[in-house]
Structures are given as structure tokens and as C-alpha cells.
Write a protein that binds this ligand. Structure first.
Ligand SMILES: [Zn+2]
Length: 213
């Protein structure tokens, strides 16, 4: 029996397709993984397969040691990068990598993405830092990315490439990716027109028992 249930594999595929549908990725861009804590492993998308033809059984199970345990295809080229982030943040159970355009505007400028939208502070938890450009397919890159991400916020921009978002579950990590891209788009427009008012999570009063958007 597989370490990754059919349900988890189908959930990953669903969010892969959502990432294309919502304009965060195109074709084979990006990758998604989910932690399998009871197996000391992750399940991750394979490398170079278009999401519209990807099937649940093609997901790849990789141990925390980086060794492939299940799957006929190569795992994502950024598997070691995902593993580095799981090592650094024990509460993280899902990682989404996207290459959305407004995130990349800020990445190209080397400019942190400051929060101007409520969802940005609720889900990303603050300004999203930019990691200077370097090639992304090794664990040294992953460790630097995890260090720049730190322990307080839930996303990091890779300059001239894209975004890595983390969450306690996969819908949560995806919400972060959507929130950061929407925020980057509004921030770019706001900066063009004037001086935006930034939001700080610590200053927002959330009423007792309020439901989050
Ligand atoms: Zn990428």
C-alpha cells in the first residue's frame, strides 16, 4: 500500500490545476508537496509533466533523506528545496511553489512585498521577503530560502523566478500563494499612483469569534 493515500494525491492534483486556472502557473510551472509525517516522507509532483495530463498515481513519494520511495517519474527538480523547508518548520505540512507575474515584478526589483490587503496579513502573516537570484534545484538553495522565509511569515519570493508558500495544510498553503499574488498586484498599482497604507497584523483588531475570509 502506498504511503500517500489516493485522497492526498487527488488533492495535490486538484490544487495543481487550480494554480493554472487561477493564473499562478502555466503548463508545468511550479510544484506542490504534502508532508507524510507518519512515514518521514513527502509526496510531491513529478518533474516536467503538464497538470492537465498528470494523474494521481504519478505523484512521487520521497523520504526525508531525499531518496525516492514510490513513483516511476522523477520528482520535482525542487524536491530538496521543499525538504529543507519541512526541516526548518515542523508545523508546515504543505508547500506550494508558483511563478505568478506580480510576485515576479517585486522579485525582479528585489523589493519585499509589503502587506496592503487583509488576506495578505491573515495568511502570509507579514511582508514577504525576497531571496536574491540563484539556481533553485539543490538543498543549499533550500536552506537559504528557508532561512530567509524564517519562522514568522508563510512565503518567500525567489528573485527572477517565483514564490514558495507554506501552510499547515494544502488549502492553507494555496491561500497564501493567492493572497501574495493579489497583494502584489494591488501594491504595484498603488505604488504607481501614490503611497499605499500598509497593514500590520499586530495592529488589526479581530473581534472575538470572527470568521476569517
Ligand atoms: Zn519554479
Amino acid at each position: 500500500m502506498s504511503a500517500a493515500s489516493t485522497q492526498i494525491r487527488e488533492e495535490i492534483l486538484y490544487w495543481c490545476r487550480e494554480s493554472v486556472r487561477t493564473g499562478l502557473n502555466f503548463n508545468t510551472q511550479g510544484n506542490i508537496s504534502v508532508r507524510l509525517p507518519e512515514h518521514e516522507a513527502i509526496v510531491i509532483t513529478p518533474s516536467g509533466i503538464r497538470y492537465d495530463v498528470l494523474t494521481p498515481d504519478e505523484m512521487v513519494v520521497v523520504g526525508y533523506d531525499g531518496v525516492v520511495r514510490e513513483g516511476d517519474l522523477f520528482p520535482s527538480t525542487e524536491t530538496d528545496v521543499h525538504l529543507a523547508h519541512y526541516r526548518r518548520r515542523p508545523e508546515v505540512n504543505a508547500i506550494v511553489h508558483t511563478e505568478s507575474p506580480y510576485v515576479n515584478v517585486f522579485g525582479a526589483l528585489g523589493k519585499d512585498i509589503d502587506p496592503v490587503l487583509l488576506n495578505m496579513v491573515l495568511y502570509a502573516k507579514g511582508a514577504v521577503p525576497v531571496m536574491p537570484f540563484e539556481f533553485s534545484t539543490n538543498s543549499a538553495f533550500g536552506e537559504r530560502s528557508a532561512e530567509i522565509l524564517g519562522d514568522a511569515v508563510n512565503a518567500v519570493v525567489w528573485a527572477n523566478h517565483g514564490l514558495l508558500s507554506v501552510g499547515e495544510d494544502l488549502p492553507g498553503a494555496f491561500k497564501v500563494a493567492v493572497a501574495v499574488e493579489a497583494n502584489a498586484q494591488v501594491l504595484a498599482g498603488a505604488l504607481a499612483l501614490g503611497t499605499p497604507r500598509l497593514l500590520d497584523l499586530a495592529e488589526i483588531v479581530i473581534p472575538e469569534g470572527a470568521r476569517l475570509p
